[in-house]
Structure formats: C-alpha cells, structure tokens
Design a protein around this ligand. Structure first.
Ligand code: G6P
Length: 604
C-alpha cells in the first residue's frame, strides 16, 4: 500500500525522503515520487516502477531543498504511470500533496471542480485533494485543511505543502496511519516508524481528525475546530538494525531466522508479570458465550489454527473464525456476550479495522493481537496484546505469524484454565511444552539444507497441493498461501478428506502434494490420502513428526521435532516457510516484494 514520508528542517530533504521511501518499499508499490519546495515553484520527480528509476531521474537532474514530501504508490484509481504517481499538485501549482488511502466521493468532487474550470491531469482519486485544497485555500493553511477534510469521504493520510509557506508541512489523517517524528535537525511525517528510524526514535502517533503543523523548529497539533492540542511524544524501542537485512539476502530469510527469539519474547510477555499477561488478567472469559476470531491473509490462517486449539482446550460452546472482509458485511449475530478476537500484524488492515468497528457497534468486546504499537487497531480495540515480532519488512509474513500463533495458544490455555476445563497439572505441562518451542524452531533452522535442496527441484511445478487433517489442515492453508505469494506457483490447501471431492481430478504425473502430518491418530488416514495421489502419479513431501512412511522415489520427508500436537503448527510452518522461500529464491524472484502484493492492505 502507499507510503508517505515528509521532512522540514536544517538538512537537505531529498536524501532523507529517498532513504525513507526505500524503507517503505516493503509495503508494496508500483511507482514513486517526491516534490521539494523551491522559491520559484516545486521541483517534482515522479517515476513508474522501482525506486531505482526515481533515483536515476534525480541523479540526472539534481534537486535539493529543506522541505519536501515523497510517496510510494500502490495503484487503486488509474494505472501505474509517471503522471498518476504522487505528489499531486493543484492546477495553480500552489499546493502539493501525498495521499495514502481512497477517496470514495472523488468522482462527485472532481465533476464539481471541473465544472468550475479546474483542469485535472491524472486519473487518480488523490489529485482531487490537491485541487480541492487550492480551491479552498485563502491564505490560512489550517482553515483549508479543515474545509478539505470536511468534504472528503473515504480514508486518507495526507502530507501537504503550500508554496506560500516555506516553513510549514501539514499532516492529517483518517483511517490510515501517519506518524510525526521529531529530531534535533528537523521534523518528519511518515506512514510508519522504519521510514524515519535512521533519524529519530521520538514520534507522535497522529489520530483521526488531528492536524499536525510541522516547522523546522517544532511541531504543533490542532483539532478540527482549530483548537491547539497537547500530544505526548513516544520513544520507539525498535533498533535501526532490527529494520535492516543484517547480512541475509532477503528480509524474509532474516525474519524466518529470527523466529526463535521473537517467539520466546512473545511467550515471556504473556506469562508471569509480562505486559500482555496484565492485559489478559482483565478479561473474564466466563462472561462470554461466543468467540469470533477475525482477520485477513495469514493472520486469518493463524485464527484458523487457533480454532482447533480453543475447541480442544476450552470446550467453549461457540467459536467461529471469519475473514474480516466477510465478517464486516455479514451482519453477524453478536452482542455484549461475544468476544471478538482481531489478529493483525500491521494493525492497519482496512477490513480488520472495519470488522473491529462493526463488532464494537454491536457491543461485542474486542481483543486485538497486534504487532505494530500505536496502530489503529491497537488503539481502538477494547483490549490489545502485542506480538513481540519487531518490525517485519518482507511482504510475506513469517515471524509475525509465528508470534500470533503463540499468543493464541497462550490465550486458549488461559481461557481454558479460567473456565476450569484445564487441570493445573495439564496447564503446567502445556506451558512447559510451549516454552520448549523456540529451541525446537532453532533445531529446524539449523537443518535447512534438505529443504533447500528439495525446493530447488520444485521450481518447474505448475500446481502444488497442501493437505492435512485437523490442525494440520489449518496450517496447510498458511503453507499454500506462503508458496503462492512469493513463488507465483499455483497452489491450494485441502483437508485430506476433501481430496476426493474435487482436487484429485487435478492430480497428474509429477504433481507435488505437500502432506502435513502431526496428528498421530489421523496418520493412517492422511497416509491413505497420500497413497491415493501417488497412485495417480503425484510426488508426496511429508512434513511433520507423525510419519513413518519409507522415503522412496515418490515419497520425501521433512521430519520435525516432537511437540504437543496443538503446537505442532508452529514447527510445520517454519518448514513450509523455508520451502516457499527456497522455491522462490531458486526462481530468482523478488521475494521481499512480490508482484501485486502489499504488506499492509489499508484500502478495501
Ligand atoms: C497482507 C500481507 C499478509 C498479511 C495480511 C493481513 O496480505 O501480505 O502477510 O497476513 O495482509 O495483514 P495484517 O497486517 O492485518 O496482519
């Protein structure tokens, strides 16, 4: 999704903006641009494609200024092109803006402005903001922002400059993230922390309907009634190093390798006196008669795994898992006795935010599992617990997913104990199993050679199926998603028992069927599924700890350490992440920034 960076201060804004845009690349983009303030007008450079194209254009015609705004664009309205890239300027070249979000009423606004003779140059919804801003501007920038915000429907995070004011950068937001950073040499706006972490770890989190006015020497905040607003500056504890590649060829591999540490940190936070434990102490599960877990993408898959864990441990009457994009429109039967668990790495996914608001409007209690501190979901949910994954840069999630899983396990254990469905001895044993998890993940990560070698033989595959039964099926969903996201190989996940209801017709000579097997009682069933596909020409890769199939020409095996079945997805997923990673690496693909995908899907 689009990314924003802006700077006003003592230094040249151009390298600051370009470096910031590089840190925002992971969000996904198809074009980029920047505009810097100049005495005789803006200097604007916009380029379709990768940031290298933008850098080359700047090198050819160097520009510089103490103030500027930059943007990575992920096209929604209008194709990726130089002209549709941001920043957008009004037709008098007075106001320049960058925008992340979608303006839902842009057509009406555009028609109205065009009827007044204003000429548009792009097909974007965002240009209407620049034109509207110029239309309303009468010498007072805050008045102008208030009027513009009053007319826009949809979502936005905006950076705004005006040619009349060489020392003012304005930021305002609704439903999309924006932070304001403050350093000794100047002030920043950005979509997220890594973009400015090289300069400062002091940030303000902007809320909806707050206006930030940045000058070289300071930052002021105002309400939409133009009243001054006091905000607290926060200190970011993430190190710059944790947002860099640290010697790995891709962020994805670095993040896979970080999993033992972040799983350990996340477990610590939810037991004993950890911060998450304190939040969980405030939730009395016995007050609820229904749990709904809702999320998007991999976070949904974490929810799908957890349903098996909640069912098994809590024996709760009603536990549903719902895609946030569906939940928000399904008019779900929920009320004050429903606990809605939201899972989101970014805390900014548009559908998950909408699901949260729908749940709250129906009086349900919301509990969010979020990675990014200060994000919309983290702030708005009734209760929030944090995964300790640190900054996740690769678009395809790995470590955030793994930390979501462990928080969900811990939640299920805690709820089960509170409901008196888990004897203390069993609780103790489960916690001990969980504490052993990071070492078992380390064990898998110490033996990647086999997976790497096997993956190199799969780059020609047209279709790869992932099957499993019970909780193995739930984690097969994530294995399949990971593979298709980064390797562009078509893949599907099926419950083993469903094979005969359709997918088996697609099995032919050489089809790969990755078969997850950690459920000991179901091993004979999943093995017979494997035999059925092998007899139709497929090759099978078993992944798990419950498999004693003999390795042969048709059968390969990634054997995983023993662990309680309910936690086995945390081991399976590491093997599946490595498999996907090495398939994509062997294909030479852009692993951290797969085509068409965005890290944080902030629009519907
Ligand atoms: C995108 C990302 C996925 C992520 C999903 C949900 O599709 O590429 O990795 O699982 O969004 O994002 P969230 O930030 O809400 O977890």
């Amino acid at each position: 999704m689009c990314g924003i960076i802006g700077y006003v201060g003592e230094e040249d804004s151009v390298p600051i903006i370009v470096e910031g845009l590089k840190k925002l690349e992971y969000r996904g983009y198809d074009s980029a641009g920047l505009a810097v303030f100049g005495k005789n007008g803006y200097q604007v450079v916009k380029k379709k494609g990768r940031l290298s194209a933008l850098e080359a254009a700047i090198k050819e015609n160097p520009i510089g200024s103490h103030m500027g705004i930059g943007h990575t664009r992920w096209a929604t309205h209008g194709e990726p092109s130089d002209v549709n890239s941001h920043p957008h300027l009004g037709s008098q070249n007075k106001i320049a803006i960058v925008h992340n979000g979608i303006i839902e009423n842009f057509k009406q606004l555009k028609e109205r402005l065009e009827s007044k003779g204003i000429k548009f140059t792009s097909q974007t919804d965002s240009e209407v903001i620049a034109q509207l801003a110029e239309y309303y501007y009468d010498g007072d920038l805050i008045d102008m922002v208030i009027k513009v915000a009053g007319r826009l429907e949809g979502s936005y995070a905006l950076g705004i400059m005006c040619l009349d004011d060489p020392d003012t950068l304005i930021a305002v937001k609704k439903d999309n993230p924006l932070i304001v950073g403050s350093s000794g040499h100047g002030n920043f706006i950005a979509s997220d922390v890594p973009a400015i972490l090289g300069h400062t770890n002091k940030v303000y989190y902007l809320n909806d309907s707050e206006i930030a006015v940045l000058k070289r020497g300071g930052v002021e905040f105002f309400t939409m009634d133009k009243e001054p607003l006091e905000k607290t500056i926060e200190t970011i504890t993430w190190s710059l190093d944790s947002a860099e590649k640290g010697g790995y060829p891709h962020f994805m591999l670095k993040e896979i390798m970080e999993q033992p540490k972040v799983i350990r940190d996340t477990i610590q936070s939810a037991i004993g006196n950890g911060e998450n434990a304190k939040v969980l102490d405030g939730i009395d599960i016995s007050k609820f008669n229904k749990i709904v877990i809702t999320a998007c993408g991999s976070a949904y898959n974490a929810g799908a795994v957890s349903k098996y864990v909640f069912e098994r441990l809590c024996r709760f009457p009603s536990i549903e898992v719902s895609l946030a994009s569906e939940f928000r429109y399904m008019d779900a039967v929920i009320d004050g006795k429903t606990l809605v668990i939201l899972i989101s790495q970014s805390g900014e996914t548009a559908d998950t935010i909408a699901a949260m608001r729908e749940a709250k409007a129906k009086d349900a209690v919301t509990l969010a599992i979020v990675n990014v501190i200060g994000s919309t979901i983290a702030k708005e949910s009734d209760h929030t617990i944090y995964t300790a994954a640190g900054p996740e840069i690769a678009v395809a999630t790995t470590k955030a997913f793994s930390t979501q899983l462990v928080l969900l396990y811990l939640l299920a254990i805690r709820f089960a104990a509170r409901l008196n469905r888990l004897p203390p001895e069993d609780e103790k044993n489960l916690l001990a199993e969980l504490v052993s998890l990071p070492d078992k993940v380390t064990d898998i990560l110490g033996h990647v050679d086999y997976i790497q070698k096997y993956a190199s033989t799969c780059i020609g595959c047209k279709n790869i199926f992932f099957i499993g039964r019970n909780i193995d099926y739930a984690i097969a969903l994530e294995g399949s998603l990971k593979l298709k996201e980064i390797s562009y190989i078509h893949s599907e996940a099926y419950a083993g028992g469903e094979l005969k209801h359709g997918p088996i017709s697609l099995v032919e000579k050489g089809t790969l069927v990755v078969t997850i097997s950690n459920c000991k009682q179901l091993y004979s069933k999943i093995f017979s599924n494997a035999e059925q596909v092998i007899s139709r020409g497929a090759k099978v890769l078993f992944v798990g700890n419950a498999c004693d199939a003999e390795v042969s020409e048709d059968i390969s095996l990634v054997s995983l350490p023993d662990i309680h079945e309910l936690f086995s997805p945390s081991l399976s997923v590491v093997a599946l992440q490595l498999f996907s990673y090495y398939v994509a690496a062997n294909k030479g693909l852009d692993i951290d920034k797969p085509r068409n995908l965005a890290k944080s899907v902030t629009v519907e």
